[in-house]
Design a protein around this ligand. Sequence first.
Ligand SMILES: *[C@@H]1O[C@H](CO)[C@@H](O)[C@H](O)[C@H]1NC(C)=O
Ligand SMILES: *[C@@H]1O[C@H](CO)[C@@H](O)[C@H](O)[C@H]1NC(C)=O
Ligand SMILES: *[C@@H]1O[C@H](CO)[C@@H](O)[C@H](O)[C@H]1NC(C)=O
Ligand SMILES: *[C@@H]1O[C@H](CO)[C@@H](O)[C@H](O)[C@H]1NC(C)=O
Ligand SMILES: *[C@@H]1O[C@H](CO)[C@@H](O)[C@H](O)[C@H]1NC(C)=O
Ligand SMILES: *[C@@H]1O[C@H](CO)[C@@H](O)[C@H](O)[C@H]1NC(C)=O
Length: 863
Amino acid sequence: MAAAMAPTSLLVLVLLILCHGVELSAAANVTYDHRALVIDGRRRVLVSGSIHYPRSTPEMWPDLIEKSKSGGLDVIDTYVFWDIHEPVQGEVTVLLLSPNAVRFLLQLIAFPFVFRQYDFEGRKDLVRFVKAVAAGGLYVHLRIGPYVCAEWNYGGFPLWLHFIPGIEFRTDNEPYKKEMQRFTTKIVDMMKYEKLYASQGGPIILSQIENEYGNIDDAYGKAAKTYIDWAASMATSLNTGVPWVMCQQADAPDPIIDTCNGFYCDQYTPNSIHLLDVDDDDDVRHACRFLGFGDSVPYRPAEDLAFAVARFYQRGGTLQNYYMYHGGTNFGRTSGGPFITTSYDYDAPIDEYGLVRQPKWGHLRDLHIAIKLCEEAMVATDPESIDLGPNLIGDVYRAESGKCAAFLANIDNKTNATVIFNGKTYFLPAWSVSILPDCEHVVFNTAQINSQTTLPEMKYVNSDDQSSELAWKYVKEPVGISKSSAFVKAEILEQINTTADASDYLCLDITGNEPFLSDGSECTLHVESLGHVLHSFVNGQPTGSAIGSGGDSKVSLNLTITLVKGINKIDLLSVTVGLQNYGAFYEKQGAGIISPVLLIGKTASANLSLSEWTYQIGLQGEDSGLYDSGDSSVWHSQADLPKYVPLVWYTTEFEAPAGNDPVAIDFTGMGKGTAWVNGESIGRYWPSYLAPESGCEPCDYRGNYDAKKCRKNCGQPSQTLYHVPRSFIRPGQNKLVLFEEMGGDPTIISFTTRQIARLCGHVSENHPPPVRAWNSRNKSPVLHLECPRPDQVISSVPFASFGTPYGTCGSYSHGGCSSSRALAIVKQACVGATSCDVEVSIDLFGDPCAHVGKSLAVEVACS
Ligand SMILES: *[C@@H]1O[C@H](CO)[C@@H](O)[C@H](O)[C@H]1NC(C)=O
Ligand SMILES: *[C@@H]1O[C@H](CO)[C@@H](O)[C@H](O)[C@H]1NC(C)=O
Ligand SMILES: *[C@@H]1O[C@H](CO)[C@@H](O)[C@H](O)[C@H]1NC(C)=O
Ligand SMILES: *[C@@H]1O[C@H](CO)[C@@H](O)[C@H](O)[C@H]1NC(C)=O
Ligand SMILES: *[C@@H]1O[C@H](CO)[C@@H](O)[C@H](O)[C@H]1NC(C)=O
Ligand SMILES: *[C@@H]1O[C@H](CO)[C@@H](O)[C@H](O)[C@H]1NC(C)=O
């Protein structure tokens, strides 16, 4: 992207250098006052975006950070994910000593005897990530939590925390507080050791303790307040030299900064003493929304996102964060739940694959430049509101130095307006904010997009390109009990307590004499479960499955089954799909089959709840490492490949798709399961789960965004494409392994690469001139097109129209009015170039229809 962005990125860079002026190696004093964060004595207007290090790969980080910087961010925000860093609980390793000696020693120096295994390798390398952000010239907001929510498995807590006697999460509970303090201290000490706090010359300017507790603290009664006060003083006592924030915590005690968390934060009143406006977006935030299996895909229009952000800065905000700026991928079993998809794309400005999403990324970059042009006035004073009419609000920052910046908003969700400000007339489209960095000229309006649109395409790797058709091998996972570690219990056990989340799978088997033959062999098997998915087998044959539904994803299954005379075998495979990550007492929610399990015959019924059940945690194939190197001799050859049957492991070898474009596997044809490439889990797949048919009404960006608005892919699978980072793939042969739980045909699976070959722009005469050319006082708007890669050029112009063109990128049409010169002019300016600028004015195109509002729409191809 870098080189191709010549005109744009140069200007952004200049701006950022001006704004930053911060040498990351020099210690910075970070404080705050009622207006803003104060870095080295200067109040700052900052833009932040979330990128979670384990949701991409270290190889992707520098590029993501570069694209964040050129998109106008100052700060990268990340949570810290406790569960991946401390997957097993520390153990006291002095067992050889006598109990008295242990007690004595523990009293003196308890810590050295607790052997802790931390993991900061690869995608978990937090220090490397923070250093990469610093190297990219950006600051870091480190949100330690350690509760993070984040649609992450169990909210980021390691599962073993649940087994500490007497523990209760996120309240005034000693065992919990002890662990929270220990992990928080561990992370702070690591950062200090590496000199990563701004106070030490590093990039970290802010840190967060707890997360969104204010949403649920009522449920914890009085203990909530003592817990929050304790968390605040615990964090403060760690002496990081930079401020701490709490997200969504109106009663955050001094000196902790409270931050707002919402789709819009213009109504936000910061905590009493310190009026720093931080908009710290979280799970439903200034980006969009996460995706669940079985859901249609949400998106948030760039116009509305820009509106929400501009409104926040208009009302006095000085630091806001996009949750997410790059969402990424929930690799392995890290997605929360239940039912959070593997893709965590989030409709963010940088897509899951690391490509900029246009026009969103570009429109927000233009917004960030416009806001930075106002910084001097904004940090000097509080805004002064002026009433410009119904639903029309101006805010003016007028500094004593004479600097003046204004934001003019039309918050009506239907009606365009014209306002008079400082004696001049301004057009304000409905639901938009105009930014005037000199209180006179509009450089940006949130509803008027000058940025180009890109149409990413998945290019399927033709099977001709593969040296041959993929050859698949398989191993059947036995139905029922197959592991020697299986155990018997005469009760129904809660699943999370039983598996400790070591696997998604818990198998329950009951084998016994049929009780009903006298009244016919048909009966109903009734099973209920706290979730999330249940498969049943009778005498080895699949008899039915159920998927959890409702808020708590409960499962209820009534199956008509046929028993045989004599011994029958019933196997229930209960499956979790990401553990709950949100809500008061979420750790008590539980999962899996609950009592009673009933067999209901025509005249009698049997209650199996207290019968002897054999339990097996996990799959045989998981134990034998089929997903990785494993024993290759166990795989059966293609000849009799089973298709559309449950519980099958499949493997194949594939060649790396040519080039450097991001790679995805299209799992269309498969049911549900997990996939590994060269032993790395690329996550759970579930293309057979379709979103509801309804709910995808046309999207109008005007009016309050909510999670029901603006959705796509109704009636389609929630996710068919699964990202395989390039760093998981080797030159030559690569190994793909799947565990298919419900049944599918792996021969339908295909490999794709993500490419951008088509670009569009659609700019009206009444749009502001390009914000990046503010100083040149260029009066006309400009349509700027730029190929995504520096080695590409614009090769053709399938469409260009100046007049009244309509439609969307990829399907523009000429309107009633169109200049006959448009196509030739655009071709002349663009073909053969990596990027081009075309002025949108009648000076260039002539006037095909006087007194009619005109625009220029162009589609080009890059190759
Ligand atoms: C940091 O800034 C605060 C507030 O401006 C000031 O009181 C303090 O002395 C400064 N500390 C250092 C080490 O410069
Ligand atoms: C409002 O302004 C937009 C341009 O920003 C225009 O497309 C739309 O037609 C206008 N609506 C009305 C009702 O005039
Ligand atoms: C199964 O049967 C039970 C008891 O008759 C009933 O309460 C439950 O709603 C049924 N579940 C389904 C999914 O039909
Ligand atoms: C797990 O077991 C403990 C101890 O037996 C019990 O208190 C708790 O309720 C169980 N957890 C769930 C989620 O059922
Ligand atoms: C089945 O047995 C369990 C355990 O004894 C009991 O709690 C439950 O009420 C019984 N259910 C029915 C429908 O008999
Ligand atoms: C538009 O504004 C009206 C009046 O404030 C309100 O009743 C309506 O719900 C809003 N519509 C949307 C989509 O926000």
